[in-house]
Design a protein around this ligand. Structure first.
Ligand code: UD2
Length: 285
């Protein structure tokens, strides 16, 4: 696949480096979780260009960020997320691209594998340094929650509205996490084996710890997220074998993961605010 419009732009080379923490940041901001039309979000962010790309105009961003959002039949959540998230990313002076990874029906949903797909497909398009793996229904509420990578993979959530801005357990790893390219390759990505709800986030954490990284998380006030309420989706029932899989997570880490991800791209759609990649996953492979 050829390079897209995110290829290094020579005209930016003379610009100063963007500040690590731009002075425009405001801290806590109000979220808007009301339904919204995609066209309205597009009109709100004319500076985001076809395929979901943006880079600051007055400075050179410190890294190239790919945001990977698994999304099957959750369009309204996606538009609400973008409506809130894009303003924050622009304020943070980031060079970012938004990838939405969708999975063909009827195969049971596989969140972990879709992150691997997003990572691999993003790298076919540009030389990204940092990857943020992002649930479609998590909306940040504080712009000091910087969407960047760090020396350890980061779990972004300090607290969620649905748990009174706390977390369900201390090793919790769901929702939003970041990896540099090197970190994600080192842990061999996420497991491909979790079909249905649950366990893949704990497996991911186990892989992170298995390669000697520390658990890093934003403090509660900064990693404060609003969640969109929803019923359990059809095609994503409880994974009955999640605990068996989890017991062997560390042993399997090097045999199974990013390096063994198999999928077939069935559709690619570019809209102004994101590139959507739809894939077929075979449950028996
Ligand atoms: C929790 C975790 C989530 C994940 C999941 C177990 C939180 C805040 N998040 O989410 O990170 O570990 O449990 O698998 O606790 N999705 C679709 N379509 C579907 C199903 C899922 O797009 O049909 C995507 C979407 O991005 C969603 C994510 O997968 O945000 C997680 O699925 P969920 O929201 O149904 O699960 P939830 O809220 O219990």
């Amino acid at each position: 696949v050829s390079q897209t419009s995110t290829a290094p732009n020579k005209t930016l080379e003379h610009l100063p480096m963007c500040p690590e923490k731009p002075p425009e940041l405001v801290g806590r901001f109000d979220t808007n979780l009301n339904p919204v039309m995609l066209a309205a979000v597009e009109r709100k962010y004319p500076e985001v260009t076809m395929g979901g790309h943006y880079h600051p105009k007055d400075c050179r961003a410190r890294e190239k960020l790919a945001i990977i959002i698994p999304c099957r039949k959750r369009e309204q959540h996606l538009y609400i997320l973008l409506n809130n998230l894009l303003r924050m990313l622009i304020r943070q002076k980031l060079d970012f691209s938004i990838f939405v990874i969708d999975q063909d029906l009827p195969t049971t949903f596989n969140r972990g594998m879709l992150f691997n797909v997003g990572f691999l497909e993003a790298l076919k398009r540009d030389n990204f340094d940092c990857f943020i793996l992002h649930d479609v229904d998590m909306v940040p509420t504080n712009d000091h929650c910087l969407y960047k990578c760090s020396p350890n993979p980061r779990h972004f959530l300090g607290g969620l509205s649905k748990w009174k801005y706390g977390l369900p357990y201390s090793s919790y790893y769901g929702g939003v996490v970041s990896f540099t390219r090197w970190q994600y390759e080192k842990i061999n990505g996420g497991s491909n084996l979790y079909f249905g709800w649950g366990g893949e986030d704990d497996d991911l954490r186990s892989r992170v710890m298995g390669k000697g990284y520390n658990m890093v998380r934003y403090p509660k006030e900064i990693g404060r997220y609003d969640t969109m309420s929803h019923k359990r989706d059809s095609g994503n029932g409880d994974n009955p074998v999640r605990f068996q899989l989890l017991n062997k997570a560390r042993e399997r880490q090097d045999q199974e993961g990013l390096r063994t991800t198999k999928y077939k791209v069935t559709e690619i759609t570019e809209t102004q605010l994101f590139t959507r990649i739809k894939v077929f996953i075979n449950m028996t492979e």
